[in-house]
Design a protein around this ligand. Structure first.
Ligand code: GDP
Ligand code: MG
Length: 675
């Protein structure tokens, strides 16, 4: 096989016609444009799904190429003992001899010592993992259990990136990881080696940083594991050859229960699409930013930037803690914005000073993480401050408004608007103070909510004040109608209701005018004004009725009737008390006076003006007002002062009193005759 010469002598990406090899990815990380043509030459292009892909992975000089050549009859370069230095890198492909198998051999220097080489090593490992059905992981027996070994570290990265890149696509099929343990002496049984490797893999899987949506995926969701061992190639040459043959059968004998190319591993790409498919995978592996595997420089930067960030954050947290309790207790912390801004700037300055010397990409990424952590602490403080500010401003607003409404002669609208401007101004100033450069905070929403509450408090207050004013006007109204109503009811003239209703209408008009004048300072809505006026009218009417009731209560009524009667019976037309003489027509005079007086009862019994144009009807909206009693208000019944029965009762009582006067008059004449 060494007769094929060193691969380095071949032009990159060119098929070696003699051996049938193709370098599909060269040491400049370019994918060959000739894979399709080569597949054609190999006679695989029209194989449809009837082909398999296998690749190998493992440290340098562990006999990978040797193994592939033995297993598949391929012609990969094997390291020449006389020239130990291998300089070429790349992925080579051969067709298995008499097999529809594409075999990939990954070459490269071990990147452990030289940071920049890791990139190629990892990318090519990832590429083979993503594109083949079976990935042979080749390792010496003595490498087993070296969890920290290069192979395992590499596997961790490859798994991680594979998961990030192809992990969501569970339909993409599974891959078999075939561990081939080389130079197996036999002292440790394969089962033990297998257990150790499995445990290592599980540990690797656990330690992967998985994308959140794939956090509960298991290794077994993506990979099957298989293990085999080979004896020492030189010390046990015969056994080595026979074991290799056994292993070869597992790749070729489809009927065997140990057949390795199970259909589930097939990527279901028709052979004529394989070149395009592989090129695509390589492109994804190459171009995906997430895949930029960290160099030593970056690893160092990650470590140091994390450390620096942790220190800065700890100091910051200590500072922030001091204001956490007051804010949570509802206090508005004076100058909180400046404090927060200082803590934040301090932390970032400290971070920048120490971390900016490291790898810029890492430094910036970790800085963004730090900023997020800082703001996660500051945001609740800011929001708490706003909430507390909102509360205290509202309380101050209420107090200021009530203070302004104390005493007389205030203009309600002025008082409210002054208090509002002061309250919102205070909020805005303090909110702006709390706002700091950097985080994406706003206080405008809180201001809107405060504005709404201020409005609703002012509204409530206005309603209370309006009510107070209506009460005041009602009291004045009562005072104003009291005397005229009393006078009119005492006069008992046929048009007494005309006088009363006229007075009522005039006084009510004055009351309404007084309401409207005062209401202008309250900024009441038209609707509120008409409601207040309706209340005022209803109360005025009720006040009138109360006054009338007071003046027509039974004893008052009887006194009125008595007075009326006496004036006519006991006094003459000129107001001089009568002295009855025997020739006087006492009976006649008594009858006239009594009848005239009894005529008054129907006059008092109902509010009914002589002039029908003076009749009053309470407006519908005043009638509709519900009071605490919640009784239906029947306006018509309020016009009735007393019922017919009550009238008869009054008549009866009055008659008895009048009869007494008659008897007294009669007696007085008898007495004068007797003298
Ligand atoms: P690769 O770099 O992993 O592809 O390794 P090669 O196949 O080029 O082999 C490197 C060296 O190891 C060569 O000198 C081989 O002869 C030797 N070699 C191959 N297979 C074995 C083996 O199973 N055991 C031992 N001890 N040496 C081997
Ligand atoms: Mg090799």
């Amino acid at each position: 096989m060494d007769a094929n010469g060193p691969q380095g002598k071949l032009a990159n990406g060119h098929a070696d016609a003699a051996s049938g090899r193709l370098q599909i990815i060269n040491d400049e990380k370019k994918f060959t444009p000739e894979l399709t043509a080569q597949l054609e030459k190999w006679g695989l292009r029209d194989a449809g799904f009837g082909y398999n892909i296998v690749a190998v992975f493992g440290s340098q000089s562990t006999g990978k190429s040797t193994l592939l050549n033995r297993l598949f009859g391929t012609t990969f370069d094997v390291m020449d003992e006389t020239r130990r230095q291998q300089t070429t890198k790349g992925i080579w492909m051969c067709r298995g001899r008499d097999m529809n198998i594409m075999v990939m051999d990954v070459e490269g220097t071990d990147g452990r010592e030289r940071g920049e080489d890791q990139d190629f090593e990892r990318k090519s490992a990832l590429f083979s993992l993503a594109s083949s059905e079976v990935l042979i992981i080749n390792l010496w027996e003595h490498q087993v259990g070296l969890y920290q070994g290069a192979n395992m570290a590499l596997l961790k990265t490859v798994f991680e990136v594979n998961l990030g890149l192809f992990g969501k696509n569970t339909a993409g099929g599974r891959t078999l990881l075939l561990f081939v343990i080389r130079d197996h002496i036999g002292q440790t049984p394969l089962a033990n080696l297998q257990a150790t490797l499995t445990a290592d893999l599980m540990r690797i899987w656990e330690s992967l940083s998985k994308p959140p949506e794939l956090s509960d995926r298991q290794l077994s969701d993506y990979f099957d594991l298989s293990f085999t061992a080979l004896p020492h190639k030189i010390l046990a040459a015969d056994k080595f050859e026979s074991e290799v043959l056994n292993l070869r059968k597992r790749f070729t004998e489809k009927e065997s229960s140990e057949y390795l190319f199970k259909p589930v591993y097939h990527k279901r790409i028709p052979a004529d699409g394989v070149a395009f498919y592989m090129e695509n995978i390589w492109e994804q592996v190459q171009s995906n930013k997430d895949l930029d595997l960290p160099t030593q420089q970056e690893l160092l930067a990650q470590f140091r930037c994390d450390e620096i960030s942790t220190v800065a954050l700890a100091e910051f947290n200590e500072q922030a803690k001091s204001q956490k309790r007051p804010v949570e207790a509802g206090r508005v912390v004076e100058g909180l914005g400046e404090l927060m801004s200082n803590w934040r700037t301090d932390a970032l300055t400290r971070y920048d000073r120490d971390a900016s010397r490291y790898h810029q990409g890492v430094y910036k990424r970790k800085r963004a993480d730090l900023v997020a952590a800082l703001d996660a602490v500051l945001t609740p403080l800011f929001l708490g401050q706003l909430k507390n500010l909102h509360k205290t401003c509202l309380v101050a607003f209420k107090k200021e408004m009530l203070d302004g409404l104390r005493g007389e002669g205030y203009n309600f609208a002025d008082v409210v608007s002054k208090a509002r401007v002061k309250c919102l101004g205070r909020f805005e100033t303090a909110a702006k103070e709390a706002l700091i450069d950097g985080p994406d905070w706003t206080w405008q929403d809180e201001l809107v909510s405060l504005q709404e509450e201020v409005r609703s408090v002012a509204d409530q207050c206005r309603k209370d004040e309006t009510k107070k004013m209506v009460n005041q006007i009602e009291r004045t109204f009562k005072k104003q109608i009291s005397e005229p109503v009393e006078l009119a009811l005492n006069k008992a003239a046929p048009d007494m209701w005309d006088d009363i209703l006229r007075t009522f209408a005039q006084t009510l008009a004055k009351a309404e005018a007084s309401y409207l004048t005062k209401a202008t300072s309250f900024d009441c809505t038209d609707e509120e004004n008409s409601t207040s006026l309706a209340v005022l009218r209803r109360r005025a009417w009720q006040a009138l009725r109360e006054k009338v009731d007071e003046q027509t209560a039974e004893p008052v009524m009887l006194a009125k009737l008595r007075g009326h009667f006496e004036e006519r019976f006991r006094y003459d037309a000129t107001g001089v008390p009568r002295v009855w003489k025997p020739e006087d027509d006492i009976d006649g005079a008594f009858k006239v006076a009594k009848d005239q007086t009894l005529d008054l009862i129907p006059l008092y019994s109902k509010i009914q003006p002589a002039d029908s144009t003076l009749e009053y009807t309470l407006p519908a909206d005043s009638i509709a007002i519900t009071t605490d009693a919640n009784e239906e208000f029947d306006f018509a019944s309020t016009l009735v002062i007393f019922t017919e029965t009550k009238g008869l009762e009054l008549t009866q009582k009055f008659r008895r009193e009048a009869d007494a006067y008659y008897v007294e008059a009669k007696r007085s004449t008898v007495a004068s005759i007797a003298q």
